[in-house]
Design a protein around this ligand. Structure first.
Ligand SMILES: NC(=O)c1ccc[n+]([C@@H]2O[C@H](COP(=O)([O-])OP(=O)(O)OC[C@H]3O[C@@H](n4cnc5c(N)ncnc54)[C@H](OP(=O)(O)O)[C@@H]3O)[C@@H](O)[C@H]2O)c1
Length: 307
């Protein structure tokens, strides 16, 4: 047997405790591939030396940067910390990857790089104009990755949810457990993204990039399919929750003006996924199907009691 050809190839993942990082570690990877996600104590994205040491630690086949400063409202008053993790960390990762011989990097970015001021889905090459600190810092991270080395994929996503971590689905279920009526913004448009679906796409892109120097590079979008609003998502969550015996509530539509937040949000976050389908054959499924799987996990009936 040829030992070299059967050696496991390892993909370094940052942000392993986050929604996307968790799903990356839950993926059933193809034989011969392994996800390695060091904890923050071993890979601190606020510390360029820690980043460089983690990249040097092993001969990584690829890097997936799923870690980020994701507190959108807090970022407005915590500017340096947001830029440290969302802009400087990608720069440090890219520099270390280049120094290590050009390790391909798959970097997760956001719909918040767009101003959201038009009705149709955003294409990968549409003009960017972030509305706040989080979006600006993520855009800087994109630029750092995109200019460092050719072997990169910047994967923008939006409205990420899962059965773990902090997200809109879990918030709706929590609020509905205490209240009969929820008031939810109905004038922000987008599509939901299941962290598990995104993780599978990120891993597929990373593996292809690791195997093929000529794999398509640049900017891609990934989100589950179908337009909706936060109000539409809330209604779907609570309808499906009720069907599973979970909490339910009436959902009333409100405007963004009625729910002021420190950071402005794009009115339209819908992302066109045409390029990732064309270049990688990845076709995201409808958001409702992905959401149902998350609710199955969150609201699974307890198993039969054991003695
Ligand atoms: N969530 C969304 O709706 C959304 C939308 C568009 C794009 N995105 C992008 O998708 C990616 C993944 O998001 P997510 O929802 O999985 O985020 P998340 O659940 O908030 O997880 C963020 C991860 O980053 C880690 N992190 C933050 N600061 C760090 C530091 N200094 N050192 C090491 N790790 C650090 C966190 O670690 P701790 O657990 O230790 O804090 C956590 O593991 C990010 O790039 C985000 O910008 C998310």
């Amino acid at each position: 047997m040829d030992g070299a050809s059967t050696a496991t190839r390892e993909i370094l993942v940052t942000g392993g405790s986050g929604q996307v990082g968790t799903e990356l570690q839950r993926l059933a990877m193809p034989p011969g591939w392994r996800i390695v996600a060091p904890p923050r104590g071993e890979l601190d994205l606020a510390d360029p030396r820690s980043i460089a040491a983690a990249v040097r630690a092993r001969p990584w086949a690829a890097i997936i940067n799923a870690g980020a400063y994701t507190a959108v409202d807090q970022a407005e008053s915590d500017v340096v910390a947001a830029w440290q993790v969302n802009a400087m960390a990608p720069a440090a990762l890219a520099a270390a990857a280049t120094e290590a011989g050009g390790i391909p990097i798959v970097h997760v970015s956001t719909d918040y790089v767009f101003p959201g001021d038009r009705a149709v889905a955003w294409e990968v090459d549409d003009p960017v104009a972030p509305l706040g600190v989080y979006g600006a810092s993520k855009l800087a991270g994109e630029l750092a990755i995109g200019t460092a080395q050719p072997r990169h994929a910047i994967v923008r996503t939006a409205w990420v949810v899962s059965a773990h971590g902090r997200n809109f689905v879990k918030t709706m279920l929590r609020l509905a457990a205490d209240r009969d009526v929820l008031r939810v913004v109905a004038d922000q448009h987008g599509s939901l993204t299941a962290a598990a679906d995104l993780a599978a796409a990120l891993a597929a892109v990373a593996i292809r990039m690791a195997q093929d120097d000529g794999a398509p590079a640049g900017i891609f979008h990934f989100a589950n399919q179908g337009p909706t609003t936060w109000h539409g998502v809330a209604e779907a969550v609570l309808k499906e929750s009720a069907a599973r015996g979970g909490p339910s509530a009436q959902v009333l539509p409100i405007s963004s003006a009625e729910y002021p937040t420190p950071a402005r949000r794009p009115a339209n976050s819908l992302l066109s996924t045409a390029r990732i389908t064309r270049d990688y054959g990845i076709a995201p499924r409808p958001w409702q199907i992905a959401l149902n799987e998350i609710l199955d996990e969150l609201l699974a009936a307890p198993g039969p009691a054991t003695a």
